[in-house]
Unconditional design. Sequence first.
Length: 522
Amino acid sequence: MGPAAATTASRHFHTCWTAPGRGGLQHSCDTALGESFALLIELNSHTFPWDDPLDEHHPAILEPTDAGTSNGFDYTLREGHLRRLSGSSGCGPTAKARGWQSEEPEATATSVVAVNAPTSPSPENALLITVSGPDHPGITSELMAILHAHGGAVDDVEQVVVRGHLVLSLVIEIGDPDTLRKELLLLAYDRNLQITFETVKATPTERALGAVVTVIAQSISAEALGSIASNIARCGGNIDRIVRLARYPVVAYELVVLGVPIDQLRAALGALAGPLGVDIALQRDGLGLRAQRLVVLDVDSTLIQNEVIDLLAAEANCEPEVAALTERAMAGELDFEQSLRARVKLLTGLHESALAAAAANVRLTPGARTFIRTLKQMGFKVALVSGGFSYFTELLKEELGLDHAYANELEVLNGVLTGRLVGPVVDRERKAALLREIATLEGIDRDQTVAVGDGANDLDMLAEAGLGIAFNAKPMVQHAADTTVNVPYLDAILFVLGIRRAEVEIESDVPSPQHLTLPPES
């Protein structure tokens, strides 16, 4: 433990140790010191010859008294450390102190912590108390009981526990902190804690809403976090809080940043994600972040790993032709509807049993079941809006317990695909319109909606939603979306929504299958 408060000049006083009982020492000092103080000393190189000796590392609470003495050592308090002056006399047989650093530089110092007692807080000031050390049940309750007994009024309190290590800070208003401080020092000793005191302004710090930055990756290095923090500081932002959201299946941290507009922050952090190998998601803090209630998902290459048109092409033995049409669409030679209708035409004459055969090869994206199950547990509505085919989205809706599913409908006559579609094509404009329709049907504001997709067909839907997430998407989609997630786990999106891994509902006993459970054949 280092000094909690350092002195700027030497303070000389005369002292003698006595032993009033187990749990603490007292000393008397010259009244010329002229101020109240407390010393917390690690007595790791002292012995005390009374019947019930303290442990080797037992710290002592040293309380100043008004009585002078003439049989003790002379010490100086310099730079927060207690030092014995050369040539001073000892205390005689009452106690034997060894190892104090003499004013001569070659001597060895015992570890000493000096805690200057803060003066009584004025109406403009308050007392900041910070407690740290191994966490145990009852620390906070004992601390509050002591504060209550001394009439302390709690103005603010925050606590965090990291790997079993407690850091608790609270601001109190109290008339006379001296006695309170002594009891808290004793509590700190009993609980193996460190405690510091500081006078601060009584006026509360107003905490404005800022931006929430979520960092996600398979692993996140100190270099990555440091670069993100540096860029935040460079644009005038300040990190108010950091919380780890997950360490499995990915590592995720949430940073709350104050003092910088989100658009400026987005510009400062946007270029870092690729070089650092992380995903960086930005959202405005506030009720909107915690009030999201509808998630609309694309299907192909988002909820599932496959493209269903490719699965059907395999059943119809026309994979090269379908792939060529897809390539033309990607090159901009065909729009989505033209490409889709041309590919469906290649399926003409395929028996409808091939739909079930193709569905047997559908593979859910890792984390899909956990993602959906957690959202439903939290009361979200979940919908599928797909440029694929309704046969597959209806299976997924039933399998996963979803609320809505929309997709293109293949025409089937006499058990055979005709190569045509029934009804309007679900293209990018239709996807955005369906998001609006579902939100209206469920009575959910647009700002409370989340859309997830990967392709150009999803762009309008991502723009329409309160939060658009590009999931392992094409570059143009990543550039246009509010945020991106590029890890191969769909449930990583939960962390973008501010949900911690500990809050994720997981069926740990039975592994979740990644394939669909097909209905029995009729």
